[in-house]
Write a protein that binds this ligand. Sequence first.
Ligand SMILES: [Zn+2]
Ligand SMILES: [Zn+2]
Ligand SMILES: [Zn+2]
Length: 748
Amino acid sequence: MRPFIFKAADRFKLGGRVSNQGSAVVIELEGSKKCIGQFLTELLHNPPPGGRICSIRVRPRCYIGYDKFSILDSSESSDLQGFIPPDAAICSECLKELQDRKNPRYSYAFTNCTCCGPRYSIIKALPYDRVNTTMSSFIMCDSCRSEYENPNSRRFHAQTNCCPECGPQLSLVDSRGIKLESANPIDTVRGLLCQGKLVAIKGIGGYHLVCNALDDKAVKLLRQRKRRPDRPLAVMAAGINAVKLICTTTLREEEVLEGRQHPIVLLEKRPCSPLPYSIAPGLSRLGVMLPYTPMHHLLFDDNLKYLVMTSGNISGMPICYKNEDALERLKDAADYFLIHNREILVPLDDSVVRVVDGKEMVSRCARGYAPAVLGMKADAPVIAMGAEQKASFCMLQKGYAHTSQYLGNLEDMDTCTEYLQTMERMKVLLQTNPKIIVHDMHPGYFSTQYASRQSCTRLAIQHHHAHMAACMAEHGLAGEIIGVIYDGTGAGTDGAVWGGEFFIGSRSRYIRAGHWKYVTLQGGDSVIKEPWKCAAAYLYAMGIDSRGILNSVDASKIKLVEDTIKHNINCFKSSSMGRFFDCVSAIVTKRTRATYDSQAAIELESVADTSVLEYYNYYIHEKEDKLEIGYEKILSGILKDLKTGKPASYISVKYHNTVCEATIDCVCRLRAQYGLNDIALSGGVFENTYLLTAILKGLKSKGFNVYWNMQAPINDGGISLGQAAAAAEMVKEVAYVPGCTGKDCFNT
Ligand SMILES: [Zn+2]
Ligand SMILES: [Zn+2]
Ligand SMILES: [Zn+2]
């Protein structure tokens, strides 16, 4: 902001000064009323790229008589709110310099300016000044220094400014850690990729494992070494035209691809795409991104247009971001390493987004988006711990919620360590010391156990209520609404696993007004990894013999599941929509084993022939003051269609349509009963674009106001924000007693 403000003040001939205080700026201005008015208009309507003006406070000051406008050094002490700036993709001006043979930064892999480059990933402390970043070890050369000091330069006060003379450098290392002499490491790497080699490449938030995406053999080798058999791999395409050859894109999707963050965008695959099937087996969508650092741009040429760019980790572990660590942990996965000497402090995966109904929807909030900041009228000193899968945490401070990046699954010890480290770092950056710790109701979650060991006031929030509260917080919804939460797993208050829920409530409280009918499932987490077990359980509940339907599964295994359900061994009740999708996928697509999260459901969506409008019969009845949607008629319809040889594409879409019809029907009944017209859709199952879009359209056509999570993930990545939002509201309603420790003070 400071260089931008300096230039604007200069243009309107104003005297004064500007300084950073936290991430707020304090501007003193002297000049005519008219010019000051013009300055403020400019500031509000044309802020610099990436700048965000939340509020402006104007106060009169005594006249000093400044003869010019100047930028002051950042003041460290301040009670103003600090924001942590996210990383930004290379801007168009820097890209021009990168490609201009006459420019001193021609083909320099670390070119950046005030508008672009790494931020959060390299910041040790706020304010964002070079001394507080890992760029502090590089001393600016005279030429860079003069750019930094020149108000007319694009790099005026660019904290990460550097050039080939004074900035970070690349080097090439083999899998034994031995440095290879190379005049131009990037040229060498390009050659290696063309030969089918796998290279670990250090980017902004960590390492990627990279290979030529058109080389099927290399892709399969990467899958094998990364121990990732089916999960789709993200592709980086040389440019927007290369993207259009492999996927169809809308204008909005192109805007997001080329936006400030350059995330992975989930796009519809073209049937004639030149990419091998092994990139995203069985799926209709592909995650694609554009080069976002200068180094990425240099990797491409006419012979290399598509790269697989997947997080540099071994399946299930956190992304590698330190050189020594990467060389150790990825030595069996990568043939070579393209490393550099700019240290990464905060690991960040690539963000994943999709466009639904013309709106960007963040599925994985990481590089470029994190930490995500949301204004929230709340003063409570809250830290929310998030969920077990797709972990994130959220801190409330001075009217804002700061949500961390995606931190993986907390079943892995290294991931837990990273999660706690990131949390400590964020406390330092925001200079906050939370007094209320908010967690899920699941007693087995790492975060719940961690919370129970802290001497803070504790508060547990029901999982699906947190999903709903996240959606409400994002859209600024206060009063009561209807929440439809379709999710995989979440602990209910009755000991069952919930996930097909209809809530009536606000951010602070809810009642369970309806849900999908319970089915008894068996076998804890193995049900998630083996969707056929879901199918066997649903069919058993209906008294139907699974053998012949689940014909790829051993009859003895099916019998074992049936027997354990009969004797109620290791069983639980579930209303989970995620498990219902797993069940149908196992029956229809024959996906009996999942090697990644939601594989069965994603494949079921992928085969759907979206032109079909039919749906199956279903029923909704009232039971103990709650609406209950049954699954039996739906499954009977599916089995009948299977018997008559209807294709999976037809049955899949008909099933999707049925879930939509039943949902809209149920919501209409709740509107009649409670007189509410605002609907929040949340939960991981809504990552299913067909389902979300269809329910959205259906509800809108019936006059509902429909909201869903866009900035914070609709999956468990958004749980921490929802927990924080719910807690903030509860604390307002129940007088918070500081110093009340170790008890679940707000649990009801
Ligand atoms: Zn730039
Ligand atoms: Zn320099
Ligand atoms: Zn969830």
